[in-house]
Design a protein around this ligand. Sequence first.
Ligand SMILES: [Zn+2]
Length: 229
Amino acid sequence: MSLNSIQPTLSTLKQCQVDIGTGMDIVTDVALDLVEAQGTDDSANLKKLEQMMLECATLDREINLFVESVEQTTTRMRHEPPHALFTLVNSVKECFTDLMATDSDIQNHSKVVAFRDNIKKSLSQGNAVAANNIEEELDEDIAVTQSQTNFSCPVTLKEMENPVKNKKCQHYYDQQAVLAMIKAKHNNKKNFRCPVVGCGNPDVKQSDLELDLVMKRKIQNYKRQNAKT
Ligand SMILES: [Zn+2]
């Protein structure tokens, strides 16, 4: 058995993680649908969805730790005599158990945190919308122009499909466009500066970006309304 055969399997596992992430985004989206449809806090069902998020987060964390155990163990084994390979499975198991015993806070999983934040935001916005409904109708024209500017991506200058928010400078970009820009700049050994006028953020990092589902829904609603009129 060669250690090289491990890499493709690890890539498959990492692909699973991407799917888990997508699943978590969908659960968040369903929860936001629920909040919007009910207009109030449907806590029993929200709790169930939150439980699903925590289960996904647990799975995600386990894959992370497993991949890390395999990588740590195989790196070490490359420097050991071939017969050390016979202990590979046990070494990975030991390493995994050790890692599992360390930090275990899935409550801080970025998507779980985003789930809670988005629900909270949506709930408070829902209440605010109900209270300001009449005023808002009067200001509708202004609101539309405002949102139009807010919904466009500073990279493509087009309406965002998947808005991601930069945790550092709070600016939004379209996910696909910003990731492509970061990659292009990094290929030239440069950082990607935040393209928003007046923003001093010299280095937009992929790890600072978080998909904002509340924003995504606002854009979709806006598009739907526009299509009607
Ligand atoms: Zn910025």
